[in-house]
Design a protein around this ligand. Structure first.
Ligand code: C2E
Ligand code: CA
Ligand code: CA
Ligand code: CA
Length: 280
């Protein structure tokens, strides 16, 4: 790189150009996909330990392209964030989740699910319109605010500012706020002081550490201890084995989510679970 007569000469970088072109293509694709109705939501049960009864669900987006290929969110959510399209896509997700919540309430009663969670990304949290978007969706579908949980990551609210103001406004609507991937950021504990939080979702990496060193179990124990003291709900994420579930219960965990209990499921499969008679 050199400056010549005020013009910056940047060394030609083919791989960068390829990446940028790819991004632009994916962004255009996403816009078309949204207009074309190619997105849908799956719902993964959140269960109570030790019996595994479903008390809530988390919505997880899927993109099925016209050729039938399903693109995982880890591939397109970052692009949607970078291009700002996540604001439009996010509004669609929030409305779809509220519509689904209303349908389940009608079919299975208002208390069938304690909470329905929706993931909201950092880019959405700096949009001052987000609380209005959420309030409008709740009102449109007549879903009580306390039935909706907004999952945010700690990096999204780290540093305060507008994101923190948005979260505070969301909390004032009466929706529940959950800190996702808890423990993986730089300020997990600090955030519990500044950010209005109702629940923490302990990251899968900690669950994977169970049965490892005593230090690893000590962290898992401490996380739910702090949460309980602060009156927060704790959900353990990514539970895959019965041993993990048993150990989590012994360590004081009462809520879990993971492939052991259920994968993300289409809405009809959640209906089937809700229609089952509850064990006493
Ligand atoms: P996340 O919010 O941490 O969601 C949990 C991810 O872990 C989901 O992956 C879920 O399928 C997966 N998972 C659940 N239980 C297990 C388990 O026992 N083992 C393993 N290995 N994985 C498990 P998914 O659906 O691919 O979503 C990945 C990420 O994409 C999400 O992580 C979230 O950050 C983002 N995402 C998904 N849907 C949305 C959405 O609607 N909006 C936004 N902004 N982000 C979304
Ligand atoms: Ca999540
Ligand atoms: Ca998570
Ligand atoms: Ca994650």
């Amino acid at each position: 790189e050199a400056a010549a007569g005020g013009i910056r000469l940047v060394r030609y970088d083919a791989s960068l150009e390829r990446r940028l072109t790819q991004r632009a293509t994916v962004a255009a694709e996403l816009r078309r996909a949204l207009a074309n109705g190619e997105f849908h939501l799956l719902y993964q049960p959140i269960v109570e330990l030790p019996h595994g009864r479903m008390t809530g669900v988390e919505s997880l987006i899927r993109w099925t392209r016209p050729d039938g290929r399903t693109v995982p969110p880890t591939e397109f959510i970052p692009v949607a964030e970078d291009t700002g399209l996540i604001v439009e896509l996010g509004a669609w997700i929030i409305d779809a989740v509220c519509a689904q919540a209303a349908a389940w309430q009608r079919r299975h009663g208002p208390d069938a699910l304690t909470s329905i969670a929706v993931n909201v990304s950092a880019r959405q949290l700096v949009d001052p319109a987000l609380p209005d978007i959420v309030a409008a969706a709740l009102a449109r579908h007549r879903v009580p605010a306390h039935r909706l949980t907004i999952e945010i990551t700690e990096t999204a609210v780290f540093g305060g500012g507008r994101a923190l103001a948005t979260v505070t406004a969301l909390a004032q609507l009466g929706v529940s706020i959950a800190l996702d991937d808890f423990g993986t950021g730089h300020s997990s504990l600090g955030l519990l002081r500044t950010c209005p939080v109702n629940a923490i979702k302990v990251d899968k990496s900690f669950v994977d550490g169970l049965g490892g060193t005593p230090q690893q179990e000590a962290i898992v124990t401490a996380l739910t201890g702090i949460a309980e003291t602060m009156g927060l709900r704790t959900v353990a994420e990514g539970v895959e084995t019965a041993d993990q579930a048993r150990r989590l219960f012994e360590l004081g965990y009462r809520h879990a989510q993971g492939f052991l209990f259920a994968r993300p499921l289409p809405p009809a499969a959640i209906d089937a679970l809700l229609a089952q008679p509850h064990p006493a």
